[in-house]
Design a protein around this ligand. Structure first.
Ligand SMILES: Nc1ncnc2c1ncn2[C@@H]1O[C@H](COP(=O)(O)OP(=O)(O)OP(=O)(O)O)[C@@H](O)[C@H]1O
Ligand SMILES: [Mg+2]
Length: 236
Protein backbone atom coordinates (compact mmCIF):
# COMPACT_ATOMS: atom_id res chain seq x y z
CA UNK A 1 0.00 0.00 0.00
CA UNK A 2 1.31 3.44 -0.90
CA UNK A 3 1.70 5.75 2.11
CA UNK A 4 0.32 8.72 0.19
CA UNK A 5 -2.11 8.66 -2.71
CA UNK A 6 -3.36 11.59 -4.74
CA UNK A 7 -6.26 10.41 -6.85
CA UNK A 8 -7.27 12.77 -9.69
CA UNK A 9 -6.98 15.86 -7.52
CA UNK A 10 -8.44 19.11 -8.75
CA UNK A 11 -7.98 22.47 -7.10
CA UNK A 12 -8.53 26.01 -8.29
CA UNK A 13 -8.44 29.37 -6.59
CA UNK A 14 -10.61 32.32 -7.50
CA UNK A 15 -9.47 35.83 -6.68
CA UNK A 16 -11.97 38.46 -7.80
CA UNK A 17 -12.88 37.44 -11.33
CA UNK A 18 -9.66 35.55 -11.98
CA UNK A 19 -9.77 31.80 -11.63
CA UNK A 20 -6.53 29.82 -11.48
CA UNK A 21 -6.71 26.09 -12.06
CA UNK A 22 -3.83 24.83 -9.96
CA UNK A 23 -4.22 21.04 -9.92
CA UNK A 24 -5.78 19.46 -12.97
CA UNK A 25 -6.59 15.84 -12.25
CA UNK A 26 -3.28 15.06 -10.62
CA UNK A 27 -2.57 11.49 -9.46
CA UNK A 28 0.50 10.13 -7.67
CA UNK A 29 1.41 7.34 -5.26
CA UNK A 30 4.26 7.81 -2.81
CA UNK A 31 5.95 4.98 -0.93
CA UNK A 32 7.50 4.83 2.52
CA UNK A 33 11.19 4.40 3.11
CA UNK A 34 12.28 6.85 0.46
CA UNK A 35 12.63 10.51 -0.36
CA UNK A 36 10.27 11.55 -3.14
CA UNK A 37 10.93 14.94 -4.67
CA UNK A 38 8.24 16.88 -6.52
CA UNK A 39 10.16 19.30 -8.69
CA UNK A 40 8.73 21.99 -10.90
CA UNK A 41 8.71 25.70 -11.70
CA UNK A 42 7.39 28.37 -9.39
CA UNK A 43 3.60 28.53 -9.39
CA UNK A 44 3.01 25.05 -10.82
CA UNK A 45 1.11 23.94 -7.72
CA UNK A 46 3.69 22.12 -5.58
CA UNK A 47 2.79 23.73 -2.25
CA UNK A 48 -0.90 23.27 -3.02
CA UNK A 49 -0.32 19.55 -3.61
CA UNK A 50 1.65 19.24 -0.36
CA UNK A 51 -1.05 21.07 1.58
CA UNK A 52 -3.73 18.72 0.24
CA UNK A 53 -1.74 15.53 0.87
CA UNK A 54 -0.99 16.62 4.42
CA UNK A 55 -4.61 17.50 5.16
CA UNK A 56 -4.10 21.26 5.44
CA UNK A 57 -6.25 22.01 2.42
CA UNK A 58 -9.23 20.24 0.87
CA UNK A 59 -9.31 19.54 -2.88
CA UNK A 60 -12.27 20.60 -5.06
CA UNK A 61 -12.44 17.08 -6.48
CA UNK A 62 -10.53 13.83 -6.20
CA UNK A 63 -9.15 12.12 -3.12
CA UNK A 64 -6.13 12.45 -0.88
CA UNK A 65 -5.34 9.25 1.00
CA UNK A 66 -2.67 9.19 3.70
CA UNK A 67 -1.70 5.97 5.51
CA UNK A 68 -4.85 4.39 4.12
CA UNK A 69 -7.10 7.18 5.45
CA UNK A 70 -9.21 9.09 2.98
CA UNK A 71 -8.58 12.59 4.37
CA UNK A 72 -11.79 13.89 2.79
CA UNK A 73 -13.81 11.67 5.11
CA UNK A 74 -12.27 13.04 8.29
CA UNK A 75 -13.90 15.89 10.18
CA UNK A 76 -11.81 18.90 11.09
CA UNK A 77 -10.97 17.57 14.58
CA UNK A 78 -10.08 14.12 13.30
CA UNK A 79 -7.89 15.66 10.65
CA UNK A 80 -6.16 17.74 13.32
CA UNK A 81 -5.51 14.61 15.39
CA UNK A 82 -4.24 12.73 12.34
CA UNK A 83 -1.83 15.52 11.47
CA UNK A 84 -0.58 15.84 15.04
CA UNK A 85 0.09 12.13 15.31
CA UNK A 86 1.43 11.18 11.92
CA UNK A 87 2.89 14.19 10.14
CA UNK A 88 5.95 16.37 10.48
CA UNK A 89 6.69 19.55 8.55
CA UNK A 90 9.76 21.41 7.42
CA UNK A 91 9.38 24.81 5.75
CA UNK A 92 11.60 27.21 3.87
CA UNK A 93 11.63 29.73 6.72
CA UNK A 94 12.59 27.36 9.62
CA UNK A 95 9.84 28.79 11.90
CA UNK A 96 11.92 28.69 15.07
CA UNK A 97 11.25 30.64 18.26
CA UNK A 98 13.98 33.29 18.77
CA UNK A 99 14.15 32.86 22.55
CA UNK A 100 14.47 29.07 22.71
CA UNK A 101 17.62 26.99 22.39
CA UNK A 102 17.70 24.00 20.06
CA UNK A 103 16.66 21.45 22.67
CA UNK A 104 13.70 23.59 23.71
CA UNK A 105 12.62 24.13 20.08
CA UNK A 106 12.47 20.40 19.52
CA UNK A 107 11.02 19.42 22.92
CA UNK A 108 8.21 22.00 22.96
CA UNK A 109 5.79 20.40 20.47
CA UNK A 110 6.27 16.98 22.06
CA UNK A 111 4.32 18.30 25.02
CA UNK A 112 1.24 18.44 22.76
CA UNK A 113 1.62 14.71 22.19
CA UNK A 114 1.34 14.14 25.92
CA UNK A 115 4.98 13.29 26.58
CA UNK A 116 6.51 14.08 29.96
CA UNK A 117 9.15 16.83 30.11
CA UNK A 118 11.89 14.27 30.70
CA UNK A 119 10.83 12.09 27.77
CA UNK A 120 10.43 15.14 25.51
CA UNK A 121 13.94 16.25 26.41
CA UNK A 122 15.38 12.79 25.85
CA UNK A 123 13.78 12.56 22.41
CA UNK A 124 14.81 16.12 21.52
CA UNK A 125 18.45 15.37 22.30
CA UNK A 126 18.35 12.13 20.30
CA UNK A 127 16.80 13.91 17.29
CA UNK A 128 19.37 16.72 17.42
CA UNK A 129 22.18 14.18 17.59
CA UNK A 130 20.69 12.38 14.62
CA UNK A 131 20.84 15.53 12.46
CA UNK A 132 24.41 16.20 13.53
CA UNK A 133 23.75 18.98 16.03
CA UNK A 134 24.86 17.16 19.16
CA UNK A 135 27.33 19.91 19.98
CA UNK A 136 25.02 22.85 19.16
CA UNK A 137 22.06 21.97 21.37
CA UNK A 138 22.22 24.93 23.74
CA UNK A 139 22.34 27.55 20.99
CA UNK A 140 19.49 29.88 19.98
CA UNK A 141 18.52 30.61 16.37
CA UNK A 142 20.61 33.80 16.12
CA UNK A 143 23.69 31.77 17.08
CA UNK A 144 23.08 29.12 14.40
CA UNK A 145 23.79 29.17 10.66
CA UNK A 146 20.92 28.80 8.18
CA UNK A 147 21.78 25.17 7.56
CA UNK A 148 21.92 24.47 11.29
CA UNK A 149 18.56 26.19 11.82
CA UNK A 150 16.99 24.03 9.16
CA UNK A 151 18.45 20.94 10.81
CA UNK A 152 16.88 22.03 14.11
CA UNK A 153 13.57 22.28 12.24
CA UNK A 154 14.12 18.79 10.83
CA UNK A 155 14.92 17.47 14.32
CA UNK A 156 11.71 19.07 15.60
CA UNK A 157 9.70 17.25 12.92
CA UNK A 158 11.63 14.02 13.44
CA UNK A 159 11.28 13.92 17.23
CA UNK A 160 7.56 13.21 16.85
CA UNK A 161 8.58 10.06 14.99
CA UNK A 162 6.07 10.77 12.24
CA UNK A 163 5.36 8.31 9.48
CA UNK A 164 4.90 11.18 7.04
CA UNK A 165 7.43 13.97 6.70
CA UNK A 166 6.62 16.89 4.42
CA UNK A 167 9.16 19.49 3.33
CA UNK A 168 8.25 22.59 1.31
CA UNK A 169 11.33 24.21 -0.25
CA UNK A 170 13.51 23.22 2.72
CA UNK A 171 16.73 24.35 1.03
CA UNK A 172 15.74 27.52 -0.79
CA UNK A 173 17.02 29.86 1.92
CA UNK A 174 20.36 28.04 2.03
CA UNK A 175 23.58 28.06 0.04
CA UNK A 176 24.43 25.00 -2.07
CA UNK A 177 26.54 23.26 0.58
CA UNK A 178 23.99 23.63 3.36
CA UNK A 179 21.17 22.73 0.98
CA UNK A 180 22.96 19.49 0.24
CA UNK A 181 23.39 18.66 3.93
CA UNK A 182 19.69 19.31 4.54
CA UNK A 183 18.44 17.20 1.63
CA UNK A 184 20.83 14.38 2.54
CA UNK A 185 19.55 14.51 6.12
CA UNK A 186 15.96 14.13 4.88
CA UNK A 187 17.06 11.30 2.60
CA UNK A 188 18.74 9.45 5.47
CA UNK A 189 15.67 9.86 7.69
CA UNK A 190 13.47 8.24 5.04
CA UNK A 191 15.75 5.23 5.00
CA UNK A 192 16.58 4.79 8.68
CA UNK A 193 13.03 5.39 9.94
CA UNK A 194 11.12 3.86 7.01
CA UNK A 195 9.40 7.25 6.87
CA UNK A 196 7.63 8.67 3.86
CA UNK A 197 9.43 11.88 2.98
CA UNK A 198 7.75 14.09 0.40
CA UNK A 199 9.73 17.16 -0.53
CA UNK A 200 8.70 19.85 -3.01
CA UNK A 201 11.15 22.26 -4.54
CA UNK A 202 11.93 24.27 -7.65
CA UNK A 203 15.66 23.68 -7.09
CA UNK A 204 16.95 21.21 -9.71
CA UNK A 205 20.11 20.66 -7.66
CA UNK A 206 18.14 18.46 -5.28
CA UNK A 207 17.22 15.95 -7.98
CA UNK A 208 20.40 13.89 -7.61
CA UNK A 209 19.72 13.50 -3.87
CA UNK A 210 16.23 12.01 -4.17
CA UNK A 211 15.23 8.37 -4.58
CA UNK A 212 12.43 9.36 -6.89
CA UNK A 213 11.61 12.54 -8.78
CA UNK A 214 8.19 13.58 -9.99
CA UNK A 215 8.41 16.46 -12.42
CA UNK A 216 5.40 18.74 -12.15
CA UNK A 217 4.19 21.40 -14.52
CA UNK A 218 0.91 23.26 -14.81
CA UNK A 219 -0.83 21.20 -12.17
CA UNK A 220 0.05 17.77 -13.51
CA UNK A 221 2.90 15.24 -13.28
CA UNK A 222 5.00 15.11 -16.44
CA UNK A 223 7.48 12.41 -15.53
CA UNK A 224 8.38 9.94 -12.82
CA UNK A 225 11.98 8.83 -12.55
CA UNK A 226 14.66 7.41 -10.28
CA UNK A 227 17.82 9.44 -10.77
CA UNK A 228 20.12 6.78 -9.30
CA UNK A 229 18.46 3.53 -10.18
CA UNK A 230 15.54 1.77 -11.78
CA UNK A 231 12.72 3.62 -13.49
CA UNK A 232 9.89 4.89 -11.35
CA UNK A 233 6.35 3.68 -11.75
CA UNK A 234 3.56 6.15 -11.07
CA UNK A 235 0.98 3.35 -11.04
CA UNK A 236 2.79 1.17 -8.47
N1 LIG B 1 -4.84 30.70 -1.27
C1 LIG B 1 -4.68 31.04 -2.56
N2 LIG B 1 -5.50 31.93 -3.16
C2 LIG B 1 -5.35 32.25 -4.45
N3 LIG B 1 -4.42 31.73 -5.26
C3 LIG B 1 -3.58 30.82 -4.74
C4 LIG B 1 -3.65 30.44 -3.36
N4 LIG B 1 -2.68 29.51 -3.12
C5 LIG B 1 -2.03 29.35 -4.29
N5 LIG B 1 -2.56 30.13 -5.26
C6 LIG B 1 -2.11 30.18 -6.67
O1 LIG B 1 -1.96 28.86 -7.14
C7 LIG B 1 -0.82 28.72 -7.96
C8 LIG B 1 0.06 27.61 -7.42
O2 LIG B 1 0.57 27.98 -6.16
P1 LIG B 1 1.56 27.07 -5.32
O3 LIG B 1 1.91 27.82 -4.11
O4 LIG B 1 0.98 25.71 -5.14
O5 LIG B 1 2.80 26.97 -6.32
P2 LIG B 1 4.27 26.40 -6.08
O6 LIG B 1 4.53 25.42 -7.16
O7 LIG B 1 4.43 25.95 -4.69
O8 LIG B 1 5.20 27.69 -6.35
P3 LIG B 1 6.61 28.12 -5.66
O9 LIG B 1 7.65 27.25 -6.28
O10 LIG B 1 6.75 29.55 -6.06
O11 LIG B 1 6.48 27.92 -4.18
C9 LIG B 1 -0.16 30.08 -8.00
O12 LIG B 1 -0.53 30.70 -9.19
C10 LIG B 1 -0.73 30.80 -6.81
O13 LIG B 1 -0.85 32.18 -7.05
MG1 LIG C 1 5.54 26.62 -3.06
Amino acid sequence: MAALVADTLEKSFTTGTVRTDVLRGLSIRVDSGELTLVAGPSGCGKSTLLAILSGLLRPDAGRAIALGQDLGRLRARELEAFRLRHTGFVFQGFNLFPALDAVEQVALPLGYLGLSDAEARRRAIAALEEVGLGSRMRLRPRELSGGEKQRVAIARALAKEPQLLFADEPTSALDAGNGQIVIDTLHRIAHTHQATVLCVSHDPRLIAHADRVLAMEDGAILSDSRPNGAEGDSTA
